[in-house]
Design a protein around this ligand. Structure first.
Ligand code: ARG
Length: 396
């Protein structure tokens, strides 16, 4: 039997290579994508082979990740429970889709992932398999193996000559890509405790941020960021740049208690400077470009869209239908915002667009005012009519 395993190069998935081989008498093929997690693909490939894989696929999927997964989510305004920009949740369907492709190519019968039974990621992987290739068998070693503790797992690794990098050991479980970093476990499990500084991987603390602010102009075209300070750059460069600048100011730290799919509440922290900055730019442009009712309706869509991502329903008809709606509203989402980075926060301090609905002559209180003041009287008479009728019968 051949099994295609989602391989990160870390301890769990390295142990998984060996464990699947033994337990299922299988040939293990690994797949690893660079989604911007600071990884050396050649090293990962070598490690996979050394650990016992018969073949190791590695691929730079950063551009695809941004274009096909992150940008649609950004356009849709997707923030789970109003806060989490969904970095981890968006990476899983991409990786799972790639596993399916490799499995087809290699004529493998099964796919495998290293997720535990307590998290959301197992659901996202497996729902993608079910949507794209339901006949594939799924193996989830971390849900099946007999190790009772981390120590036992490390023992197994040592017995099997799997390199264990003690130097990189941290008390946290960390998942990283271009769109953000998810950090859990260790002291973070106590929701009352402030996250220790060492939990944060890229952001400096706001107390240590530069005191003087930095201004950046970010331009969007049809709902997607395309240039910084009037220079067009690639999506990867753009996100990298905003992550670096935002991180210097301690922007994009998110500390929340979230509701997992499996019914658990968990305390998570995230670092997502670029995501937080870009969502504020998108929101600023929408405020200028969309009419009131479209804006309000879109907010309903945003939270549903975020749930679909979080729940593993990326490859669903509903998600595609919502994409069509968002696409329509994004046709005119072209324009620029001027943002100001200061310690711990990003503020939009200016916005402009060729499609702006903002009309200075209507808004102004100066003598250029063209608003029809007398029309307000009739408007109020009818708008409040139901309240007036009711109040004659009963007081609310
Ligand atoms: N709670 C987040 C989510 O469900 C982050 C999960 C982090 N995953 C991990 N393997 N550390 O999307």
């Amino acid at each position: 039997m051949k099994v295609v395993l989602a391989y990160s190069g870390g301890l769990d998935t390295s142990v998984a290579v060996r464990w699947i081989k033994e337990k299922y008498q299988a040939e293990v093929i690994t797949y690893t994508a660079d989604l911007g997690q600071d990884i050396n693909l050649q090293e990962v490939k070598d490690k996979a082979i050394k650990t016992g894989a018969v073949k190791a696929y590695v691929e730079d999927a950063r551009e695809e990740f941004l274009q096909e997964y992150v940008f649609p989510a950004l356009k849709a305004g997707a923030l789970y429970q109003g806060k989490y920009p969904l970095a981890t949740a968006l990476g899983r369907p991409l990786i799972a889709k790639k596993l399916v492709e490799v499995a087809k190519k290699e004529k493998a019968e099964a796919v495998a992932h290293g997720c535990t039974g307590k998290g959301n990621d197992q659901v996202r992987f497996e729902l993608t398999f079910m949507a794209l290739s339901p006949e594939l068998k799924v193996i989830a070693p971390a849900r099946e193996w007999e190790f009772l503790s981390r120590e036992e797992e490390i023992e197994y690794a040592k017995r099997n000559n799997i390199p264990v990098e003690i130097s990189k050991k941290t008390p946290y479980s960390i998942d990283r890509n271009l769109w953000g970093i998810s950090i859990e476990c260790g002291e973070l499990e106590d929701p009352w405790k402030e996250p220790p500084e060492d939990a944060y991987q890229i952001t400096s603390s706001p107390e240590k941020a530069p005191a003087s602010p930095q201004y950046i102009e970010v331009e969007f075209e049809k709902g997607i960021p395309v240039s910084i300070d009037n220079k067009r750059i690639s999506p990867t460069e753009l996100i990298d740049y905003l992550n670096i600048q935002g991180a210097r100011y301690g922007i994009g730290r998110i500390d929340m208690v979230e509701d997992r799919l499996v019914g658990i509440k968990s305390r998570e922290i995230y670092e997502a400077p670029a995501a937080v900055i870009l969502h504020s730019v998108r929101e600023a442009l929408e405020s200028l470009i969309l009419d009131r009712e479209s804006r309000n309706f879109k907010n309903l869509i945003s939270s549903k869209y975020a749930e679909l991502i979080y729940y593993g329903w990326w490859f669903s008809t509903l998600r595609k239908a919502l994409d069509a709606f968002v696409e329509k509203l994004s046709t005119n989402l072209t324009g620029k915002a001027k943002i100001k980075l200061s310690p711990g926060q990003v503020n939009v301090v200016g916005r402009t667009s060729p499609y702006s609905l903002y009309n200075m002559n209507l808004a102004t209180y100066s003598e250029e005012d063209i608003f029809e003041h007398s029309a307000a009287k009739g408007f109020i008479t009818l708008w409040g009519l139901p309240l007036k009728v009711e109040s004659k019968i009963r007081k609310p």
